[in-house]
Design a protein around this ligand. Structure first.
Ligand SMILES: C[C@](O)(CO)[C@H](O)COP(=O)(O)OP(=O)(O)OC[C@H]1O[C@@H](n2ccc(N)nc2=O)[C@H](O)[C@@H]1O
Ligand SMILES: Nc1ncnc2c1ncn2[C@@H]1O[C@H](COP(=O)(O)OP(=O)(O)OP(=O)(O)O)[C@@H](O)[C@H]1O
Length: 270
């Protein structure tokens, strides 16, 4: 079974409070971004994981694909499985790439071994692997709150919007990013702001991580400015960074821009 775990973008992100479990409550809108890894799962004589593409920091035995397999194996008599992951989406980018691999591994194993798990049950497993993982089970635009793993539908269709994503080769750990943000009540109601024309969003929709991280990593501010200079209708850091994206409403295509060679970029349509 071959699947293509995609990235996500956060449209607005407010860290609203500290939770008793050590995590923070947040409010954000999650959008699927069609920038993908490739993951294959096949029955095999023994369980293995092969990794190609971008190097993934850390011990491969703790890779989220294997953790997804092991989590299901506790409850189901899964046969040994060969997992092959080709990593494309930058890591430590706020694009949720590792979380997508975990969620797509759960979905692929569910299909491959006919476990017949409901969406709700898969979301339950995904939550145990990471806060961002649950989103990738249904993988459609949602308003997320609590730990970022409880969702409400949102009436927002950005399909086809030209988009540029710029990763300045800067790995920002999610835990470090959270440590820099002081939880607060959002200045704007995110869903109300999103119901207004995209041209207004730069004045009404923000990402608390961007405000906290830009003074430490000024490159984030300069990429955002370059996206606006190139005509972006809205530009922002995604999640806890360091990827910055620009949306170009009403354009046929996002502009082709030149970036330093060590950057990784994605250029396409939502
Ligand atoms: C920044 C976002 O990408 C926005 O979508 C997510 O909130 C991050 O989700 P994630 O990468 O799946 O994060 P996890 O692997 O669950 O947690 C990593 C670390 O981030 C912090 N963390 C994460 C999520 C959350 N709601 N509150 C937190 O404080 C915790 O210190 C945690 O130890
Ligand atoms: N399949 C995987 N892909 C990427 N990272 C993985 C994977 N499995 C485990 N990891 C671990 O997760 C860490 C990346 O998590 P981190 O939260 O910083 O970034 P992310 O998953 O790219 O996106 P986000 O910042 O949005 O959560 C890596 O340093 C690596 O140790």
């Amino acid at each position: 079974m071959l699947v293509f775990p995609n990235a996500k973008l956060n449209l607005g992100l407010y860290v609203t409070g500290q939770r008793p479990d050590g995590f923070r409550n947040l409010e954000s809108v999650f959008l699927p971004l069609p920038w993908t890894d490739a993951l294959e799962a096949l029955p095999a004589p023994e369980t293995t994981l092969t990794l190609t593409g971008l190097p993934i920091p850390g011990d491969p035995t703790t890779n989220l694909c294997l953790r997804a397999y092991e989590l299901l194996k506790v409850d189901f008599d899964l046969p040994p499985t060969q997992l092959d992951l080709h990593k494309v989406v930058p890591i430590g980018a706020g694009l949720g790439g590792g979380s997508a691999d975990a969620a797509f591994a759960l979905r692929a194993l569910n299909d491959l071994f006919s476990l017949q798990l409901s969406t709700e049950t898969l979301v339950g497993y995904a939550r145990r692997l990471g806060s961002d993982c649950a989103f990738f089970i249904e993988n459609k635009p949602v308003f997320a709150h609590e730990k970022g793993d409880v969702f409400q539908p949102i009436d927002l269709n950005l399909t086809g919007t030209p988009c540029v994503v710029v990763y300045p080769n800067l790995h920002i750990s999610t835990a470090e990013a959270y440590a820099r943000v002081v939880p607060a009540t959002p200045r704007h109601d995110l869903r109300e702001a999103l119901s207004q024309p995209m041209e207004t969003w730069r004045h009404t929709i923000s990402n608390d991580f961007e405000d906290a991280l830009t003074p430490v990593y000024p490159v984030l501010g300069s990429i955002k400015q370059q996206l606006y200079d190139a005509g972006a209708t809205y530009a922002s850091l995604s999640g806890s960074g360091s990827a910055v994206y620009g949306l170009f409403a009403g354009r046929e295509e996002a502009p082709l821009l030149t970036w330093p060679t060590e950057y990784t970029t994605w250029h396409g349509r939502l």
